[in-house]
Design a binder for this molecule. Structure first.
Ligand code: UDP
Length: 377
């Protein structure tokens, strides 16, 4: 077993390709897009601003193995992401909900973490069994905060009511009783790859035993030329949607140019209204994302939609509270067990809503395991 096909040049595919190449395998990486780096792809705009073409990718983790592995291919620029939520009266409050959010929202003046915890408890509902995102939020921050900060945004994002969304989706947002206003308050490592993600990916894929072909669609006939395939394409598409389509949300990005005086001081502003847009990102506020030579900067506004309405660009697997889409995925996963020469990998191959560090960690672990199990064949 020596020749491996990797479908997809995002984080899953790049981690597999590099690990396999370093263990002596010859690896062909194909990607249907004209660029590497999957949804992490970034580029330098004419204004001198670095833009992430598929939305903000803010690197954060507490997993030192992931940091160590990536650090072989990039230096890091420290950056701890912060977000504010814009209310209907235009006030901008910290998100995740923290001590300052509670004080400003309710017009009170709590000073300690215990006072905030006590207040949140007093406005929360007693819910014996958490069945969905609404239950979890009602049980932790109460109805009023939920209905302003989470209900409209979630409806726009998923086209689902909070009660139909899996609790894990909103549990990504860590509620704080202190003044920490970091979006990822619990992660020990928060930084951006210096020179961007695309450069990082080109270094990961720069190996004598890796060959990359872009603008290349996967075709089952390719398998004849390889001993094994790690495939990050959508698993339902591979099987011709025989059990039905797995739903994904996509994002349309509206990129506009502004003079620096018009810009927000915040990198990301989330919208709490019930219009079509969820958030805006001002790229120049991320360190090393603007050379400052022009007085022009860029803003991306995000408009979620069904992936079928955005050229089949799949971004987010939909995690419903009744688990129906996970059950549909299970059917495809069971079908895939019968494939002797292929494993599905990554977000679309395994239908998981994963952060970058989670994809990298899983990919490194699974690839190492596969190599040790196949080392004698
Ligand atoms: N969310 C929300 N309001 C916000 C931010 C997030 O209701 O202002 C909910 C929404 O359902 C969203 C989920 O929390 O999909 C996870 O948010 P996160 O910012 O982690 O999403 P991502 O950055 O992956 O798009």
């Amino acid at each position: 077993m020596n020749k491996i096909l990797v479908v997809g040049a995002g984080f899953a595919g790049a981690c597999y390709a590099r690990t396999l190449a370093e263990h002596g395998y010859s690896v062909a990486v194909i990607d249907k897009r004209p660029h590497i780096a999957g949804n992490c792809y970034d580029y330098l705009h004419d204004t001198g601003v670095r833009v992430h073409a598929y939305g903000p990718h803010l690197f954060h983790t507490s997993n030192q193995r992931v940091v160590d592995w990536l650090s072989r291919f990039t230096d890091w620029t420290p950056y701890a992401h912060k977000v504010v939520a814009r209310l209907s009266d235009n006030r901008k409050l910290p998100l995740p909900v923290n001590l300052d959010t509670v004080n400003e929202f309710f017009g009170i003046n709590l000073e300690s973490e215990s006072a905030v915890r006590h207040h949140l408890k007093s406005i929360s509902e007693a819910i014996p069994r958490i069945r969905n995102a609404e239950d979890w939020l009602y049980a932790n921050i109460g109805k009023e905060l939920t209905n302003v900060f989470f209900r409209p945004y979630t409806k726009k994002m998923w086209d689902l009511d909070l009660s139909d969304v899996d609790a894990a989706v909103v549990q990504r947002i860590k509620i704080r009783a202190d003044r920490s206003n970091l979006y990822f308050p619990n992660d020990t490592f928060q930084a951006m790859p210096t020179n961007g993600y695309t450069t990082l990916f080109s270094k990961i894929l720069d190996h004598a035993r890796i060959e990359v072909s872009l603008s290349t669609e996967f075709d089952k006939k390719m398998l004849d030329h390889f001993d094994f395939c790690f495939n990050s394409m959508p698993i339902d598409e591979y099987f011709g949607f025989k059990f039905g389509r797995l739903p994904y949300r996509s994002i349309r990005f509206h990129l506009t140019q502004h003079c620096i005086e018009e810009a927000e001081p915040h990198t990301t502003v989330n919208y709490t209204d019930d219009g079509p847009f969820t958030r805006e990102t001002w790229w120049h506020n991320i360190p090393d994302h603007w050379d400052g030579k022009s007085a022009q900067v860029l803003r991306s506004v995000e408009e979620p939609c069904d992936y079928r309405d955005n050229d089949d660009e799949r971004y987010y697997p939909v995690k419903s509270s009744d688990g129906s889409y996970d059950r549909l995925y299970e059917k495809y996963r069971e079908e895939a067990i019968g494939l002797a020469k292929m494993n599905f990998i990554g977000r679309c191959g395994t239908y998981q809503y994963l952060d970058m560090h989670q994809v990298i960690n899983q990919s490194l672990s699974h690839c190492q395991k596969w190599i040790s199990e196949n080392s004698n064949s």
